[in-house]
Design a protein around this ligand. Structure first.
Ligand code: LMR
Length: 328
């Protein structure tokens, strides 16, 4: 009997020692923006929820500000399994071979956030995620940021004001077409390089939601900002499929629930964070903020109309007509 108890105790000690030697499952979550942005905050919220609900069996390490990888590299790192989770902007999937995501870059495509949510939370969003599977990636959620502003060192009121400006874009063919249609010269560049490129005059201007413009201090090197809301910027939270499928079922379910909660949080704070960032840019006095009036907005919309027609075959006619049904 005594020896049986000793054996039992020894087994228990060894099991505990083995579990702690294995340590928790680590999720490296890399992203390119500041911690103090909608995406940065939601990533931290996910970490907190995931670690709590799994009772410490999972550790999430969040690496903001391109600390680990720049835009293109992070997608490669995810595929190789060097990181497990990312939240790239939807504009970054085109060069990766999934052009359909560029639908989100089309100027003035979403008349409201409600329509946008119908697209991301419904069958269209799910179908887009299915396209990631062949790349070894699983899509978990869509996180909001917001609608973009334009900036430069000259006022940008009418489309003609863009003539000849070198404008930094994300590497999306739709954004390239958008800038060319306005008469500007698009330059694709990693997010982490934008501030220096603006400061050193390598590019003249850029576009982003106010939260990025503010937290990257781009407004300090741009004299004019135009609130045009001409395009959307959101994220796909993605994981390495092999890693995700290999997780114990209970852990995966707990992480899915944590992600749902973090997504609700992300999509609740996005607008507030962007409003606050725009306010802070205004208060800084370093840049003049102009909100397009109705006449200017109509001129922008009209100038940008050809982009959708020209890019229709790249994005997919069927996909666009499903989106248009959500809008109608
Ligand atoms: C950009 O590259 O401009 C942004 O997409 C960065 C981001 O992730 O918000």
């Amino acid at each position: 009997m005594r020896s049986r108890i000793l054996l039992f105790l020894l087994t228990a000690v060894l099991t505990v020692a083995n579990a702690s030697a294995q340590g928790p499952i680590v999720i490296k979550f890399s992203h390119v923006v500041a911690a103090d942005t909608p995406k940065g905050k939601a990533a931290v919220r996910f970490k907190e929820l995931a670690e709590k609900t799994t009772g410490g069996r999972v550790r999430v390490e969040v690496y903001p500000n391109s600390m680990l990888y720049k835009d293109k590299e992070e997608l490669e790192a995810l595929q190789l399994g060097a990181v497990q989770m990312l939240a790239p902007s939807l504009a970054k999937f085109g060069p990766f071979g999934i052009k359909e995501f560029e639908l989100f870059d089309l100027p003035y495509i979403f008349p409201s956030r409600d329509v946008l949510y119908r697209v991301t939370q419904g069958p269209i969003g799910r179908e887009l995620f299915r396209k990631l599977e062949s790349k070894g990636i699983t899509g978990l959620a869509y996180w909001d940021n917001g609608f973009k502003v334009m900036s430069a060192n000259r006022p940008l009121r009418m489309p003609a004001d863009f003539q000849g400006l070198r404008m930094r874009i994300q590497s999306s063919k739709v954004l390239d077409a958008q800038m060319r249609t306005l008469g500007a010269l698009p330059q694709a560049m990693a997010f982490s390089e934008v501030y220096d490129a603006l400061r050193n005059g390598i590019v003249d201007g850029t576009e982003n939601p106010p939260s990025n413009l503010y937290t990257q201090k781009m407004y300090e090197v741009q004299k004019h900002v135009t609130v045009s809301n001409h395009g959307y910027l959101g994220y796909a939270v993605i994981v390495n499929k092999k890693f995700w499928d290999g997780l114990p079922g209970d852990i995966r379910s707990a992480l899915e629930a944590a992600m749902q909660e973090a997504t609700r949080y992300a999509n609740t704070i996005a607008q507030q964070e962007n409003d606050a960032a725009l306010q802070a840019v205004r208060r800084s006095g370093k840049t003049e903020v102009h909100v397009l009036n109705d006449k200017e907005m109509a001129a922008w919309r009209e100038a940008l109309l050809p982009v959708q027609r020209d890019l229709e075959s790249r994005i997919g006619r069927d996909l666009l007509s499903s989106v248009n049904k959500e809008i109608a």
